[in-house]
Design a binder for this molecule. Structure first.
Ligand code: CA
Length: 237
């Protein structure tokens, strides 16, 4: 295990139950906090919406899903999470594709567990700017907008933006799901933890407030309304 680091949060995407059990056991013994997903859709949702220090991604997932699609979505959301692809697909082409699609390392099955651990440690080390601030520099970026997830601060074009905690959570969700249509229901569930419709315009009010803070005075709006559906966050509407 890496010395002097807080618990490392690892997302394990693997559909084979025996393999998943084996990996989880070994990784937990090595000190990782492991969350396991075996379906592509659920895995992608976790990958995009929760902070991870590292991910292990299997390629051949149920329903002919390729784990590389998850990695692509993660990179499109501007997340820098280190990703180790762990796959039985071992050809040179496969490995090159895995790295091109945003994987940071590619290990083929069968593998030796100590090698897996060594590679994970190398990935985490590389992702950390310095030993002491290892997990402190979690940032999300979109164009000239930057969110510091640890300090809970945002700035656009170098200018700090003052946000209430809920506004920050909302903005973080929008940035993580950038380019996709985000419905009011999604926002209610993810940002407000409401699993029912409160029947108010709380979201529209909050979005309009956020829009004032983020887009006002800038030539390129980032918050876009998708009529009748919700919102889309990104450079183009
Ligand atoms: Ca598989």
């Amino acid at each position: 295990m890496l010395p002097n680091t807080p618990t490392v949060r690892l997302l394990l995407i693997e559909d084979e139950q025996d393999m998943a059990r084996y990996l989880r056991k070994g990784l937990e013994e090595a000190g990782y906090s492991v969350t396991h997903a075996n379906q592509a859709a659920h895995a992608q949702q976790l990958a995009l919406n929760e902070p991870w220090d590292v991910m292990i991604v299997d390629r051949m997932l149920p329903n002919e899903q390729d784990g590389l699609e998850i990695i692509k979505a993660v990179r499109q959301a501007a997340l820098q999470t280190p990703v180790l692809v762990l796959s039985a697909l071992a050809s040179l082409d496969d490995r090159v594709r895995g790295l091109r699609d945003g994987g940071d390392d590619y290990l083929t099955k069968p593998f030796a567990f100590p090698e897996l651990l060594a590679r994970l440690e190398a990935l985490i080390r590389r992702a950390a700017p310095s030993a002491n601030s290892s997990l402190d520099s979690r940032q999300l970026k979109l164009a000239d907008l930057t969110l510091d997830l640890l300090k809970r601060k945002a700035e656009r074009a170098g200018q700090p933006i003052t946000l209430q905690p809920r506004e920050f959570k909302l903005l973080e969700y929008l940035v993580r799901n950038q380019g996709q249509v985000v419905t009011r229901t999604m926002l209610l569930e993810s940002v407000w933890d409401f699993h029912f419709d409160p029947g108010t315009n709380v979201i529209d009010v909050q979005i309009s407030r956020l829009r004032n803070k983020i887009d006002k005075g800038h030539n390129t709006p980032l918050v876009h309304t998708v009529r009748g559906v919700g919102y889309r966050f990104g450079l183009d509407g």
